[in-house]
Design a binder for this molecule. Structure first.
Ligand code: FDA
Length: 301
């Protein structure tokens, strides 16, 4: 993280080290009709104090969103706010974050991490919905996991707002499809289930301020996945405002703009902060060409 050339390469995917850098990026996206979700980078805090500090940093984001009047919500990782330290501390921190989000009429997406956290992440999400009655939160489902269809059906009863992604972690074949084509087939099937769930729930649309997403959030840069879901939705006379497409900052800007022009809500995941290393490594692993980009920056340093 201290190598200047590494930051130069990574900064294609990261808005900057400070919240003000991220707000600047969001404002620019908003001017193009694109919403955002802000992610203060960080995962796996090691002490309760660290998890509380991470929680307080997240809480500040809502004030900044209000102050600058930008169309953004917030994405978090539960290990950032103490899940690895224990359920109790994570629950306390999450309640604080969701309370703040509620007061500022905003929304929190709980990212999904590696498979060892899936059960506890979903249980924590369900607890927030059922025990604390927070409506302003949603979760992420990964199509590479065999279990995901069951999870979507279970979460459907809560009218859950779900971000569907392929999955970014290295998982064993006992629990995840090893072949890309099977991950893609599962993606289309799960997308279809989300459309179903949304129709059953009355097809809620994205909120006017762009902060509260619809039920299905299709998070992918794969044009074939987008075509599939759009065709499916059109066949059912599904409202374009009741689905959103999500992409990562710095990837496929052409596709982002094309979807806005077609009348779909688009949300860009905008990460910022000093803890960018694990996030960046996942982006490198997804696409070998990124590694060449990294190496060419080394020679240009
Ligand atoms: P795929 O990997 O097939 O890529 C399709 C095309 O997209 C590529 O051909 C290329 O053009 C472009 N592309 C994809 N990745 C790229 C990269 N790194 N650099 C440059 N171009 C690239 N995962 C997870 O496990 N938990 C989570 O909570 C989230 N959250 C999340 C939010 C949002 C908004 C997005 C878009 C993605 C996630 N992910 C995630 C990551 C996701 O699981 C997945 O790893 C990546 O999105 C890559 O998969 P694609 O669907 O883009 O397809």
């Amino acid at each position: 993280m201290n190598w200047k050339f590494a930051w130069k390469a990574a900064s294609r995917f990261i808005a900057g080290e400070k919240l003000e850098d991220a707000i600047r990026v969001v404002r620019d996206l908003n001017s193009k009709g694109i919403n955002a979700t802000l992610d203060h980078l960080g995962e796996h805090t090691h002490t309760p104090d660290e998890s509380i500090r991470a929680t307080e940093d997240i809480i500040k984001i809502f004030d900044e969103i209000e102050k600058h009047d930008v169309a953004a919500n917030v994405s978090i990782k539960l290990t950032q706010i103490g899940l690895a330290l224990g359920d109790e501390i994570c629950e306390k921190n999450l309640v604080r974050i969701l309370t703040k989000a509620q007061v500022t009429q905003n929304f929190v997406r709980i990212d999904m991490e590696d498979s060892s956290y899936v059960d506890r992440t979903l249980l924590m999400y369900e607890k927030m919905r059922q025990k604390y009655l927070f409506g302003n939160t949603g979760v992420v489902i990964q199509s590479y996991l065999y279990r995901s269809e069951k999870d979507i059906l279970r979460l459907g009863s809560l009218q859950s707002r779900i971000r569907l992604c392929k999955g970014a972690y290295k998982e064993p074949p006992e629990i995840a499809y090893p072949q890309k084509k099977d991950v893609d087939i599962a993606y289309d099937r799960l997308g279809d289930l989300l459309i179903d769930a949304s129709i059953k729930a009355g097809m809620p649309e994205i909120s006017h301020n762009g902060k509260i997403p619809p039920i299905p959030a299709i998070a992918s840069h794969d044009p074939n996945r987008l075509v599939q879901i759009k065709e499916l939705a059109d066949k059912r006379n599904y409202s374009r405002r009741a689905i959103e497409f999500q992409m990562l900052y710095g990837i496929r800007r052409d596709l982002q703009e094309q979807n806005v022009q077609e009348g779909y809500p688009v949300r860009i995941y905008v990460p910022y902060g000093t803890q960018w290393y694990p996030y960046y490594v996942r982006r490198l692993a997804e696409r070998p060409a990124n590694i060449w980009f990294f190496i060419s920056n080394f020679f240009r340093k």
